[in-house]
Design a protein around this ligand. Structure first.
Ligand code: PHE
Length: 350
């Protein structure tokens, strides 16, 4: 298999002794961007797989969002079950910062699973290529609210396409994962009067279900719940040839990255008549907001307008897909490829 990434760096962090992986998939459209994920893996090779797939998805995410950026990702593989203490965490972050600094600006990072704006401030002690520091530290702050805003715009577009009305009130949703983004989305859906089912692997999140008046399910039941729209907001790999036949939803749209185990699963969903809104389209709100504010010096309102544009972008993709009788995934990838090719005449061959 050819290496499709421009650069992949793997280093045992000199301070943390943990595998620090930085994958730069593409800088064809500009500086590669993508979050820093610090989480447990059975083996560091799994973290490498994740970094390769997540960074490639960031290239598509940025291209479809119309950003002058490419895709990258940082992954630090913690041993299973590990929760580093504050000193160990700083050591990890400084290892990450040095790895990013060594790329001389080809790649900039942001928050992701297992990292926060405060962590971004620690990275910024050693490299300038960091988005989403807290506002008091000079950054645009937590990106998760903006990612959630984009998800809501995407849900409206999906409702409009599937049910002929963008109204979320009265529709039934199952939110899979109550991390930062999933929690914001669930709160919004509850506030507008949607019929809500939620789940998380952490049963402590059940309190939030009670607070929102949402039904709580275990993760597997929430996946199979009869709903209008499933909203995957946890880790990836949810949809597989094993899970697709058990789904009872009309559509899927959520911010989790890499929701499909492999690209062909988009065809399985299509064959079942389930509309899958590509994750790399739905989840672009965080990068859109952070780059608008930090790179392009736009106001909060201008940045939010860009995030809300995800609704129109997705609606256009769904229209193109219907017209060409292809999956939304195929239509979105065609759009990404077109943008990358237009900018780089000698660009990628695959
Ligand atoms: N976690 C974000 C994503 O997957 C990464 C990010 C956010 C990168 C904001 C830069 C700025 O899209």
């Amino acid at each position: 298999m050819p290496l499709r990434h421009e650069q992949v760096h793997i280093r045992r962090g000199p301070r943390s002794a943990l595998p620090v992986i930085v994958a730069v998939h593409s800088t064809a459209l500009g500086q590669a961007i993508g979050g820093c994920r610090i989480t447990s893996y059975p083996h560091w090779g799994d973290a490498l797989d994740d970094a390769l797939r997540l960074s490639a998805a960031m290239t598509d995410k940025c291209a479809v969002a119309g950003l002058p950026n490419g895709g990258g990702k940082t992954v630090v593989a913690l041993p299973p079950g590990a929760t580093p203490d504050p000193a160990a965490r700083r050591a990890i972050l400084h290892d990450v910062a040095d790895a990013i600094a060594a790329l001389d600006g080809a790649y900039a990072t942001g928050p992701d699973v297992g990292t926060s704006p405060d962590d971004m401030a620690v990275l910024a002690e050693r490299t300038p290529y960091v988005f989403c520091r807290p506002p008091h530290a000079g950054g645009s702050g937590d990106s998760s609210t903006h990612t959630a805003t984009g998800v809501v715009a995407a849900l409206q577009a999906v409702c409009d396409t599937v049910f002929g009305s963008s109204q979320l009130a009265g529709r039934r949703f199952s939110v899979l994962g109550l991390g930062r983004v999933g929690t914001h989305v669930a709160r919004h859906l509850a506030a507008v009067g949607a019929d809500l089912v939620v789940t998380d692997i952490d049963s402590g999140k059940r309190r939030l279900a009670v607070e929102l008046g949402a039904a709580w399910r275990d993760p597997d039941s929430a996946l199979q719940e009869e709903v209008d729209i499933l909203v995957p907001a946890a880790l990836g790999g949810t949809f597989t040839p094993g899970t697709v036949p058990r789904l009872r939803c009309a559509a899927i749209a959520g911010p989790a990255n890499n929701q499909l185990d492999e690209p062909h699963t988009a065809d399985l969903l299509h064959q079942r008549g389930i509309l899958w809104a590509p994750d790399f389209v739905v989840g672009a709100g965080g990068v859109l907001h952070a780059t608008a504010v930090e790179l392009h010096h736009e106001t909060g309102e201008q940045a939010t307008a860009r995030v809300l544009g995800i609704g129109d972008t997705l609606a256009g993709i769904l229209r193109d897909a219907a017209q060409a009788d292809v999956t939304p995934a195929a239509a979105a990838l065609a759009l990404a490829r077109h943008r990358i090719r237009r900018t780089t005449p000698a660009g990628p061959t695959a």
